[in-house]
Design a protein around this ligand. Structure first.
Ligand code: NDP
Length: 483
C-alpha cells in the first residue's frame, strides 16, 4: 500500500480528500511520494487550533521557546546530507546545493533561537508627571506562510523560524511541486515541545488551499514568496481583511561588467549567478550589462563556460546544473528562447531541451547576445537557465540600464575601481547590491528584500524580520505615591 504523506493539523497527522504524486525531475520514473491535499474544513480546523496554541506559546518561558528553535535548527544541520538528498531529488538542484540549503535553513532556526532572548525594549517618561511609558513588542498572532518550490526548505525556514521565535502560530502552505521537503521539516517541528496547533502544514494547490487561506479573516499576517501576479492577488485579498502582508516576488537582476573588471572573476560570477539552481532564483543574474571595451573577450569566455557546464541528474557526482523543476516550467523556458529569437536576440549557445540517460526536464544553459534592455527577455522574469548580454559604452550607461526595470531585488558590479563600486552601491535602485560577487547568495543575519515589484512590506531575515512578526504596544503606568 502506498505511504501517503499527510498534513499536520492541530497536532495530528491527517489525510485529506485527495492526493498528488510527486516525481523526481531528474528521473521521472522515480516517484518521490504521494501527498495528501487539505480540505476547506481542515483549513478551518488549523486556523482555530493555531489561535488557541498561539496564546499558550506566547506564555512559554523564553528558554523553553529558545530550546525548541535550537533543537529544530541543530537537527536540520545534523541531517543536512539526508534532507539535502531528498530536496535535490524532488527539486532538481545539484546535491551540494541541496545539502547547503538544508544546512542554511537550520542556521535560520539557530539564529532566531538567539533572537528569542533579545528582549530589550524601550521606555520613556510620560509628558504627565508620575507616569511612565513601556514600549514592547508582542506577537502579531496567526501567520500564513506561502512558500515556493525553488528553495523549498530555506525560504520556508526564513519565515517559520522568526514567526515562531517572536511568539506566533503558523499555517504553512508549501508549493505543491516540492511537498517532500515540507513534510520532512514538519516532522522535525512536530516532535518538539510545542502546543498542538502552533504549527500546521496544509498542503494543496495554491489556487484552492492557498487562495482560501489568504482570504481568511482569521489570519493576522501573510508572508509570501513567489510570482508577481499571485503576490498581487494575495495583497488584494489581505487588504480586504486588513491582514498584514510581506512578499518577495520576481526580479530582473543585472550584473554590470566594467572595462576595468577582473574578467575571469566576472565570468565566474556571471556563470554562477545565471545558472546556479538552473537559473530558478529570484536573485539570478539574468541581465549581463557589459562594457563594450571588454564585451567580446567576456562573451567568448562566458559562452565557453556555459557550453562546458555539465547538465545532469541532481544526485550524480559532477553535475553542475540539474533539470528544470517541472514540465510546465520547461515549456515556459523554451517559449522564452523562441520569444528572444523572435525579437532579434542571437542565441550563442544552449537553450535546448536535452535528452540524457534519465528521462527528466533537462535544458542546456543559454546565452543571448546582441540584446537591448527593451526586449521582453530583459523586462520579464524568465526563471530559466537563460541570460542576456547587453552591451553598453560607459559606466553611466550601465547604471542607467541596471535601474531601468520595474523590479529591484539585486544588482551587482564587477569592477576594480573603488570609485565606481562605491557610486554603484549607493545609486543602484535595488534592495541588495553586490560588488565582485554573484547576485545570488545572501546571508541569514541581515535583511533581504527589494524595491519596485520585487518586494512589498517589511524586510525578511536578520533582526528586521521582527518588524513583520511583532506588533508594538505602548503601555502607560501611573505608579502612584509610596506611603
Ligand atoms: P506561484 O507564485 O504560483 O507560487 C508560489 C506559491 O504560491 C506556491 O506555494 C503556490 O502554490 C502558491 N499560490 C499560487 N497561487 C496562489 C493563490 N491564488 N493564493 C495563495 N497561494 C497561491 O509561482 P509558480 O510556482 O507558479 O512559478 C511561476 C513563476 O513565479 C516562476 O516562473 C517565477 O518567475 C516566479 N517565482 C518566483 C519565486 C521567487 O523566489 N521570487 C519563486 C517561485 C516562482 P502551488 O505552487 O502549490 O500551486
Amino acid at each position: 500500500m502506498t505511504d501517503i504523506k499527510r498534513n499536520f493539523i492541530a497536532g495530528e497527522w491527517v489525510a485529506g480528500p485527495s492526493e498528488i504524486e510527486n516525481r523526481n525531475p531528474s528521473d521521472l520514473s522515480d516517484l518521490v511520494g504521494t501527498f495528501t491535499q487539505a480540505s476547506a474544513a481542515q483549513l478551518d480546523d488549523a486556523l482555530e487550533a493555531a489561535a488557541r496554541a498561539q496564546a499558550e506559546w506566547a506564555g512559554y518561558a523564553l528558554e523553553r521557546k529558545q530550546a525548541v528553535l535550537l533543537a529544530i535548527g541543530n537537527e536540520m544541520m545534523e541531517r543536512a546530507e539526508e534532507l539535502g538528498t531528498l530536496l535535490s531529488r524532488e527539486e532538481g538542484k545539484p546535491l551540494a546545493e541541496g545539502k547547503g540549503e538544508v544546512f542554511r535553513a537550520g542556521q535560520f532556526f539557530t539564529y532566531y533561537a538567539h533572537e528569542v532572548l533579545r528582549q530589550l525594549g524601550e521606555n520613556a517618561d510620560s509628558v504627565r508627571a508620575g507616569v511612565e511609558i513601556d514600549v514592547r513588542r508582542e506577537p502579531v498572532g496567526v501567520v500564513a506562510i506561502i512558500s515556493p518550490w525553488n528553495f523549498p526548505t530555506a525560504t520556508a525556514s526564513w519565515k517559520i523560524a522568526p514567526a515562531l521565535a517572536y511568539g506566533n502560530a503558523v499555517l504553512w502552505k508549501p508549493a505543491n511541486v516540492t511537498p517532500a521537503s515540507a513534510v520532512a521539516l514538519t516532522e522535525i517541528i512536530a516532535k518538539q515541545d510545542i502546543p498542538a496547533g502552533l504549527f500546521n502544514l496544509v498542503m494543496g494547490a495554491g489556487s484552492e488551499v492557498g487562495q482560501r487561506l489568504v482570504e481568511s479573516p482569521k489570519l493576522d499576517a501573510i508572508s509570501f514568496t513567489g510570482s508577481v501576479p499571485v503576490g498581487r492577488g494575495i495583497a488584494q485579498a489581505a487588504v480586504g481583511n486588513f491582514t498584514r502582508v510581506q512578499m518577495e516576488m520576481g526580479s530582473k537582476n543585472a550584473l554590470a561588467v566594467m572595462d576595468d573588471a577582473d574578467l575571469d572573476l566576472a565570468v565566474t560570477i556571471a556563470l554562477g549567478g545565471a545558472f546556479g539552481g538552473t537559473g530558478q532564483k529570484c536573485t539570478a543574474s539574468s541581465r549581463l550589462i557589459v562594457h563594450e571595451a571588454v564585451h567580446d573577450a567576456f562573451v567568448e569566455k562566458l559562452v565557453a563556460g556555459a557550453k562546458a557546464m555539465k547538465v545532469g541528474h541532481a544526485l550524480e557526482p559532477g553535475t553542475q546544473m540539474g533539470p528544470v523543476v517541472s514540465e510546465g516550467q520547461l515549456t515556459e523556458n523554451l517559449s522564452w528562447v523562441e520569444k528572444g529569437r523572435a525579437e532579434g536576440a542571437e542565441l550563442a549557445c544552449g537553450g535546448e531541451r536535452l535528452s540524457l540517460d534519465h528521462d527528466g526536464y533537462y535544458m542546456s544553459p543559454g546565452v543571448f547576445l546582441g540584446t537591448t534592455n527593451d526586449m521582453e527577455i530583459n523586462r520579464e522574469e524568465m526563471f530559466a537557465p537563460l541570460t542576456s548580454v547587453i552591451k553598453v559604452g560607459s559606466y553611466d550607461e550601465a547604471l542607467s540600464v541596471v535601474n531601468d526595470t520595474r523590479f529591484g531585488l539585486v544588482s551587482g558590479i564587477a569592477t576594480t575601481s573603488l570609485a565606481r563600486a562605491t557610486h554603484f552601491r549607493r545609486n543602484a535602485r535595488t534592495g541588495v547590491v553586490t560588488v565582485n560577487l554573484p547576485t545570488a547568495g545572501t546571508d541569514y543575519h541581515v535583511p533581504f528584500g527589494g524595491r519596485g515589484e520585487s518586494s512589498y512590506g517589511p524586510r525578511e531575515q536578520g533582526i528586521h524580520a521582527r518588524d513583520f512578526y511583532t506588533v508594538v504596544k505602548t503601555a502607560y503606568i501611573s505608579a502612584g505615591t509610596p506611603d
